[in-house]
Design a protein around this ligand. Structure first.
Ligand code: RB5
Length: 155
C-alpha cells in the first residue's frame, strides 16, 4: 500500500513565531510539503485568527495535518478544537505526541514557545508527523468524539 503524503498547515501567533521558524527548518530538512499561514512578524496578533485558518485548511483536506504554536499552545488549541473534525492535541513531550496520533488520531499538534525549547519541539513535531493512527479500539473512541459533534449540531 502506498503511504499517504503528509502535508502540513502551519501557524503561530507572535508569541510562537520563533518556534514556528524552528519547526519550518525541520519540515524543510525532512522535505515535507507545508504552507505557513502566518503570522509573519513580531507584531501582536490574535491566536484564534491563525487557528481558524489552519483548522479550515485541515478540515477541508487541503492539508493532512496542522501545527499551531502560541505562547503556551493552549489558546490556539482551544480555538482550533471549536471546529468540527479538528482534534488538536497540546503536546510538550514525545510520549504524548506519539499517543495523540496512535490513540486520538490528532490532526493538529499544538505547542507553546514559552514552555519548551526548540530541540524538544522539533523532536515532538517530527515524531508526531511520522506516527500513524493505530485504529482498532481507538477508532471506535474517535468515532464517539465525532458523534458528539453531531449531537451538538442537532441541538
Ligand atoms: C499571547 O500573549 C498569549 O496569550 C498566547 O500566545 C497564548 O499563550 C494563549 O494561549
Amino acid at each position: 500500500m502506498t503511504k499517504e503524503i503528509v502535508t502540513v498547515a502551519l501557524g503561530s501567533d507572535h508569541a510562537g513565531l520563533r518556534l514556528k521558524e524552528e519547526i519550518i527548518k525541520m519540515l524543510q530538512e525532512e522535505e515535507y510539503v507545508y504552507k505557513d499561514f502566518g503570522t509573519f512578524c513580531e507584531e501582536s496578533v490574535d491566536y484564534p485568527d491563525i487557528a481558524l485558518d489552519v483548522a479550515k485548511a485541515v478540515k477541508s483536506g487541503e492539508y493532512k495535518r496542522g501545527i499551531l504554536i502560541c505562547g503556551t499552545g493552549i489558546g490556539i488549541g482551544i480555538a482550533a478544537n471549536k471546529m468540527d473534525g479538528i482534534r488538536a492535541a497540546l503536546c510538550h513531550d514525545t510520549f504524548s505526541a506519539k499517543a495523540s496520533r496512535e490513540h486520538n488520531d490528532a490532526n493538529i499538534l499544538t505547542m507553546g514557545e514559552r514552555i519548551i525549547g526548540p530541540g524538544l519541539a522539533r523532536d515532538i513535531a517530527a515524531i508526531w508527523l511520522k506516527t500513524d493512527f493505530a485504529g482498532g479500539r481507538h477508532a471506535r473512541r474517535v468515532q464517539k468524539i465525532i458523534d458528539i459533534e453531531k449531537i451538538k449540531n442537532s441541538d
